[in-house]
Design a protein around this ligand. Sequence first.
Ligand code: MN
Length: 746
Amino acid sequence: MTDFLPRGKGRFAEEYRPAGWDGMTLKEMLERSEELFSETGRYWGVSRLEMKEDDPIRYEKLFAKLRGGLVNARETAMNVSASPIVQEIGELCFALYTPEGDSVALSTGIIVHVHTMSDAIKFMVRNDYEENPRISPGDIFSNNIPKIGDVHNADVQTFVPIFWEDELIGWAGGVTHVTDIGASTPGNVPVGPITSYEDGLDLTANKIGENDVVFRDHEIRCEMGVRTPMFWKLDERCRIAGCHMVRDAVERTIADDGIDTYKQFIREAIEEGRRSFIEKIKELLIPGKYFAPTFQDIPMKGEKGLPEYAAVDSVSHAPLELTVGAAGEFHISFDGANKWGYHSFNCPPSAMQGAIWVLLTQTMIPNDKVNDGAYFATTHEFPPYTLANPTDKEAATGAAWGYLIPAFTGLIRCISRGCFSRGYVEEVLSSYAMTMNAMQGGGKDQYGNDTGILSFELSCVGGGARGVTDGLDYGAAMWNPEGDMGDMEVWELIIPFLYLGRSVKPSTAGMGKYRGGSGFQSTYCVWKTDDLVMQNAGDGNTFPSPGIYGGYPSASGYRHNVLGANMPERFRKHLPHPTREDDPADSEISRCCDGEHLFDTRTLNYPYRMEHGDIYYSWYRGGGGLGDPLEREVPMIEEDLNGDYILPRYAESVYGVALEKDAEGFWSIDAAATEQRRQEMREERGNRAVPTREFLAAERGKITGGEIDGVIRRMYNQSFELSTRWGKWFKEFWDLPEEFRFQDEE
Ligand code: MN
């Protein structure tokens, strides 16, 4: 950061006593830690895990006390909040950090933040906060800037330093996902900001309180800056209460076990985390290079709310490459990603790191001993100027998830291939579902108050198909393994919508020998507001949840909202109203609603007006499938049909089953006829098949023959410009001349 501050004047001229250990400043501690790590390859140079080896029971008890303190803080503090995002869905977590900002342990919840808060603490340490604005017992700090350390701007973090006598011995950090962040468009994953200056309230790791009391000017600033100040205030109190509970737990632990034991423990715990992560990699994965790119469309062309340069269609390119070394090295690269853009889906490195942790804790290290040790065991490459590292200050980050969520299905597929190769079939997973549609908007609620809306139902989508069975139906979100859809009645209390129905959405899951977990659908009627804008945010023309080993991708999205539907009139006349849309080709919404139907694959929009009586339809995605669909067992398909998990026509065309429906409407399958049909389908496949060399030649013809869509051509040209290495790899693979680039879009 540029240093504009005049030094040596006023209160900051006074000498301060360094808060770090052994007379060091925090910055000196951080630098020493980094030096020792680069010299020895071990955290703080710790060689033998003395406490763990000599007194293992005491070591485990200490860990359990601290971790218990964190989980307890989360479970208690969440009741201070009034926001259903925090209370119902559990979008919060707490973590304990070393003085220089490395995480020691964390609670359950949105564990995506274990390392983002580390980045934010290190930002304060590197920018000499110790000298100005000073770090003292009772201080409170807050941050929400992803370029400092966060995933997206609506994840608001609170930090409380923990002191023992005169030394800073750690930090408690807490994060909640807030209801509205005051961006240029309403909501908490705003799709509308096109530069960072529209991302909303900026808390740039600010001091927001002293002596355990929040500054009044901070509270006023936030009250004026967000659309939902009541939720904001209670969320902030929730985070502060949790941090203070963590501080109490640490102080109790030190009082019981002594400060020297505590200091030794936190470094050993991180070094142990590092070593156990490496052992896991060696145990579970075959060394080598794994490659799994993902693409996601951003259709903004023609959006009237945006300037010309932002109202364009684009596709994001996430060429994830995982390199696993024989000694347990684990390197993730996004080299070849395309350029950041004038939309809010740019994803800074701290957010990318967050994704790595939230996924590794659900795959490689699914235990309570998660800390920054795993961070020290891995390396990464997020190339500058790309969507995976938008270095430009003006790049908006309000919906960084829009790049992150599709991009990291690749990590799951890479890990699964590694596990499968070692023979760990049970660990194999196909792609998780996109946490979409994001039903988002704002304006006035049913009580006439300003509101920002995002239904967190989306934290309950399908899991990827597993190596031995189907994926979890409407299970959780990739970013919060404890996600939940929340009660309809609670959502109706805070958003100006009535639920007309909520049910399973057929054919959302990717088909396969084992199918992905299914998504679900909610049909809403806009209720008692005359000042509302809404948007959809999701995937429409790409398949960001691919299958694995022959399994199909999950369904990509569409929207179906109805303007001028005038539902109250229908209710008065006792006419049928839609409760669901099982099959868009035979739509209940179309049958039951007059008005203007927005029924298309434009699943990402700038917010538009909706009014009392309109229909908003939101459906949530399924996970990718695994294995050849023709190998799916007949009884499983019967269950899918009778549970509304699949539309009959797809059971016939993809699974090759012969269907029968009885008088009561139950489906059954004729096993003998099915076997015959499947045999025919296998033969048809054989007839269609061509040798790989012919297939590749035909595909190459599309590249050189100008058959690639203009949006895709622009995407690849950006990748060529930003990475010579990636471009060389691509061109060598397709046998293209070195100077090749796609023809620019007209
Ligand atoms: Mn969030």
